[in-house]
Design a protein around this ligand. Structure first.
Ligand code: GLU
Length: 436
């Protein structure tokens, strides 16, 4: 693919390859390794017939993309979303390759997606769809080839159904085919909170570098799902002010900060964002303003956490972003052009392939535990995650200083250096030409 072919922002894979080009210059990557990364290893497209509760038969489209398996089996989530498209899944798979390399875990990258609005399906329909998808992709996934996990709108229950379906097809219990499972079905303690906790550990390192006092720092979070909730809880416990949160319907804003346990309880009990304050078993609604998801991004805060979907910070709104630190908990929330604007403004961005890598890191721990048949305590999982996040945050930060770049480019340099080493270890043109 030429540079011109991947210029447009609405092709997410093309945009992702622009990051690759930018970082490849600093990493001085071997052109053969670079070329390999431009092409996903395999792309699998399926249609899944599902009998709906009213008797109707509906067809759903799904994808599984294995981007690279050079550093180990493919790894990456499965998302259910009405806007899933193949270019998006390819980009997400590419980011997984880079994310696993940034963290130094022995996996390649993959991703799956089904075009569906799960909020409009019953639980029984969702189970049939999930099992049907696994039946269709069972030949291309496996504990040694490609290991799925949760992503947007897929949870541990769905991972449990998928593992069960795969095990039936394989004719044996195969917990290591998928991660993010319920604890009772071989999941890992700490996996549920791992993405948010990983982002929190990154921020704690940044806090030390900046000399922040948490009680002076205001945080806005776009999205309030599985990753955002534990992050908000941990920051709140340290004294940070969580002043804005949102879900797909919109957000709420309170300059003094919210009572985070109340927000989480309301979300879990009513599946709705409510400015609740819970104390001694009593709940009361507190005053706050409504903001749209777009307005939330532009609030006057210190830390902005996009934790929903991709492409929300673009060249159009980037000039109006006031936060001086952005932590990408979602995958790909900042476009390449927006990042350039933020760099000029001096905004410090902790990029997705580092900031949200806690999820896949504990997925790796889950896979290791499944294969060993020996399970760790939550404390052990969190402590190992903390150590990994701290180490890789500082490795990436150091690279950003050496190359005088933003943290995203530095994270890609780290990833590409590790990926390239794997390609070079198998021999490049230079090696084969010399030994002829
Ligand atoms: N979907 C998550 C991500 O984008 C987790 C992937 C995994 O655990 O394999 O990183």
């Amino acid at each position: 693919m030429s540079k011109d072919d991947h210029e447009s922002e609405n092709n997410l894979f093309a945009d992702a390859l622009r990051n690759l080009d930018d970082a490849a210059e600093y990493a001085q990557m071997h052109p053969e390794a670079l070329e390999r990364l431009r092409h996903p290893r395999s792309v699998f497209e399926v249609s899944i017939p599902v009998r709906m509760d009213d008797g109707e038969l509906k067809m759903f489209n799904g994808y599984r993309v294995l981007h690279s398996a050079i550093r180990g089996p493919g790894k990456g989530g499965i998302r259910y979303h009405p806007k899933v498209d193949l270019n998006e899944v390819k980009a997400l798979a590419f980011w997984m390759t880079c994310k696993c390399a940034v963290m130094g875990i022995p996996f390649g990258g993959a991703k799956g997606g089904v075009v569906v609005n799960p909020l409009k399906m019953s639980r029984r329909e969702l189970e049939r769809l999930s099992r049907g998808f696994i039946q269709r992709i069972s030949k291309v996934i496996g504990p040694d080839t490609d290991i799925p996990a949760p992503d947007i709108y897929t949870d541990s229950m769905i991972m449990g159904w998928m593992m069960d379906e795969y095990s039936k097809i394989a004719g044996k219990s195969t917990p290591d085919v998928i991660t993010g499972k319920p604890i009772a079905l071989g999941g890992s303690l700490g996996r549920q909170d791992a993405t948010g906790r990983g982002a929190y550990y990154c921020l704690k390192e940044h806090e030390k570098q900046r000399g922040w006092k948490p009680q002076d720092v205001r945080v806005a979070i776009q999205g309030f799902g599985n990753a955002a909730q534990p992050l908000a809880r941990l920051l709140d416990e340290d004294g940070y002010h969580i002043v804005a949160v949102s879900d797909v319907r919109g957000g709420i804003y309170r300059p003094e900060g919210f009572h985070v346990p109340g927000l989480i309880k309301a979300m879990q009990e009513h599946r709705e964002l409510k400015a609740m304050h819970y104390e001694d078993g009593l709940a009361k609604l507190i005053d706050c303003d409504n903001v749209s998801n777009e307005e939330l991004l532009e609030l006057d805060v210190d830390i902005l956490v996009p934790a929903a979907i991709e492409n929300v910070i673009t060249a159009e709104n980037a000039p109006r972003i006031k936060a001086d630190t952005i932590v990408e908990v979602a995958n790909g929330p900042i476009t390449v052009d927006a990042q350039k604007i933020l760099n000029k403004k001096g905004t410090f961005v902790i990029p997705d392939i580092l900031a949200n890598a806690g999820g896949v890191t504990v997925s790796y721990f889950e896979w290791v535990q499944n294969r060993a048949g020996f399970y760790w305590s939550e404390e052990e999982v969190n402590q190992k995650l903390h150590q990994k996040m701290r180490t890789e945050y500082h490795n990436v930060f150091e690279l950003s200083q050496i190359h005088d770049t933003d943290m995203r480019t530095a994270a890609y340099v780290q990833a590409l250096t590790r990926i390239e080493a794997a390609f070079v270890a198998q021999g490049t043109r230079d090696y084969f030409a010399e030994t002829n």
